[in-house]
Structures are given as structure tokens and as C-alpha cells.
Design a protein around this ligand. Sequence first.
Ligand code: FE
Ligand code: FE
Ligand code: ZN
Length: 289
Amino acid sequence: MLIIGSHVSFNKENQLLGSLDEALSYGANTFMFYTGAPQNTKRYEIDDNITKKALLKMKENNIEINNIIVHAPYIVNLANNKEEEKYNFSINFLKQEVKRCDSIGIKYMVLHPGSHVGLGVDIAIKNIVNGLNIILKDSETMILLETMAGKGTEVGSSFQEIKSIIDGVENKEKIGVCLDTCHINDAGYDLNKFDDVINEFDKIIGLNYLKCIHVNDSKNERGSHKDRHENIGYGTIGFNNLLNVIYHEQLDGIPKILETPYINDKAPYKEEIEMIKIRKFNDNLKKMN
Ligand code: FE
Ligand code: FE
Ligand code: ZN
């Protein structure tokens, strides 16, 4: 079954219910949200009444809570322990974030592994593993390590690095992977040969760890290490290659999330989800207003 949705907003007043309504307006059957602004760590209390209402409405609309994804803010960095205080803050923040997910009943939280900022990959991986083992100690929610583009000193731009992190995590049942198509393209993987990519993933990490796909086109060439997302079919990966990922039989039932850029300040997700469902490229998308 195709599980498709996009990034949606999450605000203080309407919380999960607001996110759900936004997703429904796009014709989605899943969604992903940040529990606050992605670039800061200010967070609101989760209102259990709103959560209850949202869960009921999800049921009415055949949306599975297990397919809903939370994305951790991207400023926390588990890879760098140069400043102990900052490193501990990241760990504590993520502990609370996982608790927030637990209280909503969210199964998956996507996390960028982090940037080593000069420490080197090996030390970074040790730091990430140490942090994850603390965070996952009494967590219900599973953390999904996102495959990264390799911008700057990002860790996790190869399946091997992701695998090394997983190897160090004690609670294997609480660790998984989120594959981002723009990121793997920019990291050097060839989406023209997606079967090879999937096979390599399976050989190195194991497909059983793959729990979420971020579906994005890329503004840049393969191997560019840039990480700039493009609308579906408008980038260097192309519509057919992305459809191939979305409808790949080995990835059936895995939530697919769009994180493509807004067009003229408007979310493109309704139109993009539509073109994915009918499998036909819409070359008018960029002209929408
Ligand atoms: Fe991400
Ligand atoms: Fe992503
Ligand atoms: Zn990205």
C-alpha cells in the first residue's frame, strides 16, 4: 500500500489535530512534523485532549498513527562533544523529545546523526552512539537515523557510517533508518540504478532497518554534497526515478514523506501527491500561484 504524505506544521493551539487537517487537505495518508520550530529547541506541552481528538479523526480517515513521523530539530548535534554543556543539552533535549513522541504515541522520530566539526568521523560516531544509548534507554519511540548529503562535516552520508552507528546502539529494536533521496543523490548514490542502491543498503545495513523514506528531488548533481531539495520531477533525480523509489515493491508500506520547497509561498504537496498517485508529471506545478 502506498503511504504518502509530506512535512506539515505543528502549532501550539491545534497541535496534532492541526497537522492532521493539513495532511488531509493534501490528500495524504501520513505526515511528518516538528514538535516546534526545527531551528530551535523551544517546545510546548503536549495537550492530551487534542491528541485524543486527532487520534479519533485519524481512525475515521484510515490514517495509522504508526505511520506518522516526528523530525527532531536539526540544531541538536550528538556528534560533537567539544563543549560538554552543548553535548549534554543535545542528549537531554532529545530525551524529552522522545518522551513527547511517546506521549502522543508516535513510533518514529527522524534524527540527523550530526556533524563532527573537525573531530573526525570515528570520534563523532562514538559520541552519537553514546548519546543514543542514553536517549533510547527507556524510550518507546524508535529513532531513525537519516542518510545525509555529506554537507560540511555531516556524519551519515554513507550506508557504512550509518551501519557503524547502528552497531554501537544497544537497543537495536529502537534504531532504524530514514532514507532521503535528495541526500543520497548528493552523497553520490545513483538513483538511475536504484535496485543497486537498495541492494547495497540491504547488504550493509539491512532493509529491515528502513522505516521511512524522504522523497525529494535535488537541485544539484549527484555527489555535490549540497543538500538543496527540489520539487518532484524538477531536479536532477527526475520524476521517473522518484516514482521508481515510491512504488518499489521492496519499499511497499514504508511511509514516504515529501520535504520539497514551497512554490510562491504555497505548499506544493497536494499537487505533488496527486502527480505521484496518478503517476503523471505535472509541468505546470512551478507556475501555480
Ligand atoms: Fe531531515
Ligand atoms: Fe530529509
Ligand atoms: Zn535535506
